[in-house]
Design a binder for this molecule. Structure first.
Ligand SMILES: [Zn+2]
Length: 358
């Protein structure tokens, strides 16, 4: 073993004598680690040196070494400042990763893995109960194209408000997943993706209003306009604020939270109006139940988000699974699903009752 090593050292030294001068003169700015790596790699592959494949192997090995170094998961204390957000999650961070490895980290365990994947859960959720399953819904949607088969009241039940809500929710899930996946790339991209994440939340809140407001007030178009126009205007105002660099700083965190809060809770006014208008409708129980579950889910989720429970109680224990942000995502999904089922009830109800008021 010793003689083999000695032989390698000798051949390396000879090679260094021949190539060392050229290397120094060509790239005087090369780092010492680069020099060390070339020694290492020469020790590892003397045969390639003899065959003259040095340059390619050198580049490949250097890249490999650098990659292995960069893609290690970091502890909280080693993070750049822009990534220090939750001091109770102590380890398993990615930081300053190039886009490609960041993308492939979709299939690696780190503290954002479940934050990325939780948004795929709604795809696996059941489409509804026996009378509200998705197959039923889509067959009805297709049937609505055949206008000749439908009664006059059914003609008035449009499907687009429901799809606006679905599209808004998907947009929110997509911006959030993208943010969790690539926010480790750089400070600049981190800021941009966070802003897009906020915009996704605003879009989801606005589009959530469309199915209930449209179907409940379908026979009073002036209220449709007032409520849907009002929430859309609030959404546009919020998005303009979220995209304004001055309002993206941590100084305005409370202001941003207030904007979301105002948008969400403005729904109480049309909800009370709708209850007064349809107090005697039997579907009221189902829709109020679904919408209450939605409100409760969002409230409990936000509580976890703000308090950072449970990682606050046991820092480091929930780094990979079970921390507050993952719990927050699950409650948001529960809220969105509950709203989805309520929207199906609204559609069916309006289809049956039509417009009884002039
Ligand atoms: Zn998130």
């Amino acid at each position: 073993m010793t003689s083999v090593t000695d032989n390698h050292s000798e051949s390396n030294l000879m090679w260094r004598r021949k190539k060392g001068i050229r290397k120094k003169s060509k790239s005087s700015s090369s780092s010492s680690s680069e020099e060390e790596m070339s020694m290492e790699e020469m020790k590892a592959s003397p045969i390639l040196i003899i065959n003259g494949g040095i340059k390619k192997t050198k580049k490949r090995n250097m890249k490999k070494n650098q990659n292995n170094k960069s893609y290690e998961l970091l502890a909280y204390r080693d993070l750049p400042d822009y990534m220090k957000d939750n001091e109770y999650i102590l380890d398993h961070y990615r930081a300053n990763w190039p886009l490609k490895p960041a993308f492939y980290s979709l299939f690696r365990w780190h503290n954002e893995t479940l934050n990325i994947w939780t948004w795929s859960l709604p795809m696996t959720a059941p489409g509804g109960n026996a009378s509200h399953n998705s197959k039923d819904f889509f067959s009805r949607t297709t049937a609505s194209v055949d206008l000749g088969q439908m009664s006059p009241s059914e003609l008035q039940v449009a499907q687009w408000p429901f799809f606006i809500f679905l599209a808004g929710s998907m947009f929110c899930f997509l911006t959030s997943s993208t943010c969790h996946l690539f926010c480790c790339h750089s400070h600049r991209l981190n800021l941009l993706l966070l802003r897009m994440d906020y915009v996704g939340i605003a879009v989801m809140i606005v589009t959530s209003f469309f199915p209930p407001m449209y179907y409940i007030f379908q026979c009073q178009p002036q209220w449709q306009w007032i409520y849907l126009g009002g929430i859309t205007a609030m959404g546009v105002f919020t998005i303009i604020n979220l995209l304004t660099p001055a309002f993206s700083t941590s100084k305005y965190r409370v202001y941003r939270a207030l904007l979301f809060f105002a948008m969400g809770f403005s729904g109480i006014i049309p909800a009370i109006h709708a209850l007064i208008l349809n107090w005697n409708e039997p579907e009221r129980v189902a829709t109020v139940t679904y919408e209450s579950i939605m409100a409760l889910s969002y409230a409990v989720g936000t509580l976890f988000y703000v308090t950072r429970i449970p990682e606050r109680w046991k820092p480091g224990w929930f780094d990979l699974a079970g921390h507050s942000h993952q719990i927050f995502h699950i409650f948001v999904i529960m809220g969105a699903l509950s709203h989805y089922y309520a929207a199906l009830v609204f559609i069916d109800w309006r289809r049956v009752v039509g417009c009884t008021t002039p």
